[in-house]
Structures are given as structure tokens and as C-alpha cells.
Design a protein around this ligand. Sequence first.
Ligand code: DGJ
Length: 729
Amino acid sequence: MAIQFLAAERLFKLDTPNTTYIIGVVDDEGYLGHVYYGAKITEGCGLGYLLRTGEAPFVPSKNQREKSSFLDFFPTEYPTGGIGDYRASALEVRNEDGFTACQLQYKSYEILEGKDGIDGLPATFGANDIAQTLRIYCVDPVLQLEVVLQYGVFEDVDVITRNVIIRNKGTKALYLEKVLSACVDMDMENYEMLTLHGSWARERHIQRNKLVRGRQAVGSFRGESGHQEHPFFALVTPETTQEQGQVYAMHFIYSGNFIAQAEVNQFESVRMEMGIHPQGFCWKLNSEEVFSSPEVVLTYSNSGLDQMTNTFHDLYRNHLIRSPYLHKERPILINNWEATYFDFNSEKLLAIAKEAKKVGIEMLVMDDGWFGKRSSDDSSLGDWQVNEEKLQGGLHKLVREVKDIGLKFGIWFEPEMISPDSDLYRAHPDWAIAIPGRVATQSRSQFVLDLSRPEVIEYTYEQVAKILRSVAVDYVKWDMNRQLCDLGSVSLEADRMGELSHRYVLGVYQLQERLVTEFPDLLLENCSGGGARFDPGMLYYSPQIWCSDDTDAIERLQIQEGTALIYPLSTMGAHVSDCPNHSVGRVTPFKTRGDVALAGTFGYELDITRIPEADRAMISEQTAQYHKYHGLIREGTYYRISSWRSNGFYDCYMVVGKDQKEALVTYVQVLGQANVHTRKIKLKGLDPDADYVLEGTNQIYKGEWLMTAGFLVDKLWGDFKSMLYHFVQ
Ligand code: DGJ
């Protein structure tokens, strides 16, 4: 039983394999309080004493006091604004008369078998034998508002999910001005806050800072999760490393505006919150209408970051990604973006395809520039008709010729966008998100389509679908190259304008849901100017996401380290590109580029007809290597051994099969050093009693030796050198 209600103590106890989460109901007033989250409590559950209603300031019913000091002190399960809790709220509601306070009282609960999705939103799911759902019903009798706190509890992974479902039970409209999905009030334990920050071509770098009094937040109001900050954060105790320390983490299954915030208050408690960013958000809820918030994933680890990482990886592989490709080898692709940019035609693409076929590449992906009159990034988005000057004879002919060569075929779209210089814009200027009377901001010379409008969604879907219906496309790269601003929609009423950003995200989800339903065999890869929409929301639709436009092997080490901290390696789009690298000008060995890209979905992003012969010759080895290791990399357990960002010289990670029969260690010497001894690394996750042979040698190692005493890596000569070590039982 993952979820229990202990009636005598009025406690809800939620158990995962190694963690327990407890919520308490305070008798008379029906306050709902957070009691405990941490390592599993196996013996009984008399933890109600932790609720601190017995120490000053006492619960109001007990002492007839005014309640503000109580509310500002109490560890609240889901805090509301305007009633005396001065910490950051999770819910703010305004009624038609302009009043803003909201106070929730516990009413009832239900426990359901299984864990369902959320209508219109991506969410985790679990069958009846592996997951349960708790719904706690609360009401504000003055507003006639019902708030259901929903918890998903998994029995195979240490995860609790949270979201809220809000129903207007009154007769007049209410305005939701802030709806966060999760809040956890805990005692402060000298925590540090771990986040992922970045920029275009520099996504998801790990950042860790001491948590101080006050509010510390990361967030986005860019209309997407963004390159800059990530809808993830963890509070970790100071001694936390990969292997030890306490970690409380939250990750948001959502692809739009978000806030992830920790607030340390006057009483040394810390409030962790996550949800849709309240800036600019306001959702009108008419009588009997319902608003469901997106889902937050919560996890706790008392043995460091490796455990947190593997919890997220297992959750996403087993309970979020639905694609039929999840457990399949993905075709090794060659994408023409860095090879040609906009300057290509059928002839060039076919020349690339022919060379690619010879060395084991399996799919050609035609990137941006095949439609309208697009020969640079300043036109034609929205005009999804093939440019026959480039593709002589049309798309059918090209696809047939690529398939005759023996490759699959993939195509790029940026469906959410509209160029001011496009037939679509000339016909429907009001389809772009903009504020009437104000010159809208262009970014990459484009506007964003108003996906809050059903007719725009319909048109957009048909543009993509008609092409996929007419030719045998195996793969779609769905790109999105600008963020939202000038938030105006001519079709929304004034008091619904604050819904635009969320409605936009719902529109994107609707489009992708339709796409994967109509084309179930399609391999979909999401992308947003590199990795600006690499989030769990998009993973619900596509099993892989392009990680970054920065394909330099050394830059990728940090980007992929931060990404793999929470995402399975099978989701990370990673390709080998040409040198000098187009983003940083660095020259790295072709082998290193291949070894680093192997940690992801693997492919090439170069003009294979023009690269040095020695590099081309190595591709056959790399494609064979991919086939050999991809099962292990896709399904195995990932461990971070050491990080270049902290040691300054080398990067090392490994993947161990779930059955511990084999392991692959990737070692990259970023900078060579003079006069140093061979480096010793300690492996993880092996069977301590098993014997492992290092492939290519006769040397046998006990798992215990490799993990406890370590392994000496080869002495490498030069910068940017890499080694793969494959250990097999
Ligand atoms: C951004 C993507 O990340 C690139 O890979 C490429 O597809 C360009 N957009 C095309 O405009």
C-alpha cells in the first residue's frame, strides 16, 4: 500500500521504496500541514507531533488567538495568499469584486489505484499494480472554490508527483492569479541550491550556491522553459557529492513559463515551490470550470546525486516517455545543417546520402531551408511548400532517391512560427502573437503563431500532416527558434489575456499529441534553438531532444553532464560535427567527438563529402561502436565518476547494464599535464563479486577492486583525448 490514511492520527502516509512523505490534518480548522519527507519510515507513523501545533504560536482553535502568526509559521501543505502567511504563496485567487484572499480547509480524500495522466498536459503514468493516486479535497467556502491536491506515488521508483485541480463551485467567475503545483515546507538544514543555468549553445550547466535567508528563484517567462534556466532545482546538504548527502529535488513536467523557488524564513524553515510562473499569468475560471496545473516530480535521496539521477532516469524511461522508440536503437542520422546551412539542393543532399550510406549512417535529415523561398533565416516560416528550385523534382523524388540509396529520411519543421515575409503572414497578420497598435518584436526575423486559437492550431497541424501523409518520412525534427513576448492575442477577451502563455503551451501539446497519434511510427525529435525546450514536458511526445547547437566535444561535456543529471542518455540528441567547431573554433580529434556523442542518440552534423579522408574512414568504426553500445547506453544505469568542471583536467562517466554484466567507461582528458602519474578512477555500480574482463586485454578485475581500489586509465598524450573502456563479465 503506497498510500495510507491513518484515521486516528489524521495523517496521510505516502511510501515509495526508500522514502516516506507525510501530510497531517489539523483537527478543527482543517489546516493541512507538511509533516515529513525523507528516508522511509517503516515502523508505525505517529509523526503527528512534528506538526508543531503544540508550540507557540499555537493553532488558533486551541487558544482563540488571531491566526496570522500561526499561518506565517505553520508548515503548510499548499499555501494560499492574503490570509497572513507572508511567505511565498502557491495559490492566489481574485474574485469578481477584486478581493484576493483565499483560505483552504481540508474536506475529504480518495485513494485511487494507478496513476493517470492529466487532460491536455504531459504527465507521468503508472499501472494499478505499480502506482496509486491520492486526492485531497479542500475548499474555500467564501470563494466557493474547490482545490484538489493530487499526489502520484510510485512503488518502483522514489518519486511522488504533485499537481492541483481547481474547480469554481460558485456562480461568479474567479481569477487564478498564481497556481503553483507543489510546495514543501521543511526545516532549514544549511542547504545549498543546485540549479541548471545556461544560454544559447551553453545549456544546462550545473550551478550550486549556498541558500541564504530570503527568496532564491530560477524561472522563465519566455513562453518556453528556455536555454537560460531550467525547470529543475535541488536542495542539497553541504556534504552532498555524487555518492553521499541528502537531496530534495523538484522537476517540472511543463514546457512554458515556470518558477522554482526556495525561501528561507525567519524561523529557519525553507519553503520549496514550483509551478507556472505567476508573472503575467491570470486564468479566468467561470462557474464549474476546472483548471489543472502541470505536474511536479519530487524525489528525495539520502545517498547523493547519483541516486537522484537514477531515480529521474528510471521515472522518465518507465513512466513518462511513450514513444515506440524508447527502447529501440535510433537510426544513426546525418543532418545537413552544419554541412550546408541554407545553401543546399537535392544534388548536394544526395551526394551526402551516398557517402553516408557507405560508412553505416542510416538516415538523412534535411534541415531548415527546403520550403517557401527560404535561403536565409528571414523568410517563409508558415509557407510549408517545397522549394522546387532547391529540391528539383520535388520532395517525392528526393525521398525516393534517398530511400533508393538505402537511407531513411527525416525532415525539419518549425511549425509554431510565422515570418513577416511569408504568404501566411500576408494572408493572416493577426495570427502572430502581438499587441495591436504596438510594433511587435522580431527575433530571428520571425513572430510566433497564436496557438491559443483553434483555427491556427488546425492550420499548423495540417501543414505538417499533409507533408507526412504524402511522403514516407521516418523522422521529424520539430524546432522552435524564438521566445515569446508582446503577449497579445486578438481572439482573447481582455480578462483572458493572462491565459495566453499557458494556452500557447497547451496548443503545442495538442499539436504534438495529434502528430504522434496520426503517425505512431514517426520518430520525433524536439529542438528549440538547440536545447531551449529540453524539458520533461516535451519528452512525453518525443523520445529525444536536440541537446544544444554547440556540438564541440569539450563544450558538450558540461552540457551533457548537466542534462544527464536528470535526463536518460537515450534522450540526448548528440552529433559529431566538423572542425574547427562552428560554435567555438576548437579542433578536437574525430575519435573524441565520436566518443562524446556516443553518450546520446548519435549522428553526424557535417558535410561528409568534404571532411578529411582519415575522419571519414573512422565513421565506419564509430557507427559499429554505436550499434554495439547503444543498448547499454539507452537502458543502463549512468554514473558520474568525475567532472572536468570541478577537477579542471578530465571528465569521466560510465554506464552499467541493469544486470551488471557489462559497463562502458568514457574518459576524456581535456587538458594534458606534464610529469604526472597515471590517473586512478573508481568505478561504480558493478557486481562486487563478479570478474570483469577489460575488452581488448586478458586482464581480469574483480568488481570490488574496480569500485574500491580503482582502475588506472591509460596515459594519454595531448589535449582533448578520449578512451572508452568496456568491462564485461
Ligand atoms: C536551430 C537548431 O538547433 C539547429 O539544429 C537548426 O535546425 C537550426 N535551428 C535551423 O534553423
